[in-house]
Ligand binder design. Structure first.
Ligand code: SF4
Length: 243
């Protein structure tokens, strides 16, 4: 199924085509669940901080976790939404059965799923069948991811939900039309008109309308890091949103 998804990713999102793969990954791949161990998470964040040139202690730690999550969510969003919008099916991205691979700069680069579930075979047990729609991704993956990030640095959950909403909203826009019921469900989960079971989740409430499109409701802190650009028109603070 993952090959099928890759083939349906639009050119504008080609850089994220390989964000989800089936298999064990390289020797440094780590189960997402292992990141709940503070020592594993700290080592992962320290590698990322070294690449960015930022310390992973004190106030900067929260900004660093937020920025780290943006790379993670970028890897996740394109394959996950392409599967939903273009094929009308979810990828098997349950948090507890997915691993993470980093690139040479310590950035989250690829999520790895079990090859059996990645093929989307009919032999899957009930516990391995992904919940449908973006609502399923929210419950099976995004919610535990947000909890992980917040538990490891004290960030408010709305910061990570905002990061997820920004990238998912962008990818949904690039994908455009597709499987009609899936598109309607994705739109409702992102807080657009329609209404569904997930319409009142933090994801649906993370963005609001701005003069130049949607913008965050909550600052993501990234511009506290040295050399990291601002969020431009997405910024909720008027003075930072100027070009
Ligand atoms: S640009 Fe705005 S949202 Fe982004 S980190 Fe700066 S203040 Fe926060």
């Amino acid at each position: 199924m993952i090959e099928e998804v890759s083939a349906r990713v639009p050119e504008s999102l080609a850089a994220y085509r390989g964000g989800v793969a089936a298999g064990p990954g390289g020797p440094d791949a780590r189960p997402l669940a292992s990141l709940r161990d503070p020592a594993v998470f700290d080592a992962t964040l320290a590698a990322f901080g070294a690449g960015v040139g930022a310390s992973s202690a004190g106030l900067e730690r929260r900004a660093l976790v937020s920025y780290w999550s943006q790379f993670y969510l970028a890897a996740l969003a394109t394959p996950a939404l392409t599967a939903l919008v273009r094929l009308g099916r979810p990828l098997p991205l349950a948090f507890e059965r997915t691993s993470l691979e980093l690139d040479a700069a310590g950035r989250p680069a690829r999520l790895l799923v079990d090859p059996a579930t990645g093929r989307g075979g009919s032999c899957l047990g009930a516990a391995q069948v992904p919940q449908p729609g973006l609502a399923g991704l929210v419950e099976d993956h995004l919610r535990p991811f947000v909890e992980l990030c917040c538990a490891q640095c004290g960030l408010a959950p709305r910061v990570i939900w905002g990061n997820a909403a920004v990238i998912l909203d962008y990818v949904a826009g690039e994908l455009g039309a597709g499987d009609a019921p899936a598109c309607a469900e994705v739109a409702a989960c992102l807080g657009r008109p329609g209404g569904c079971a997930c319409a009142r989740t933090p994801l649906a409430q993370a963005l609001c309308a701005g003069a130049a499109g949607c913008r965050r409701r909550t600052c993501c802190l990234r511009s506290r890091l040295p050399g990291v650009p601002s969020c431009g028109a997405l910024c909720p603070l008027e003075r930072c949103a100027e070009p």
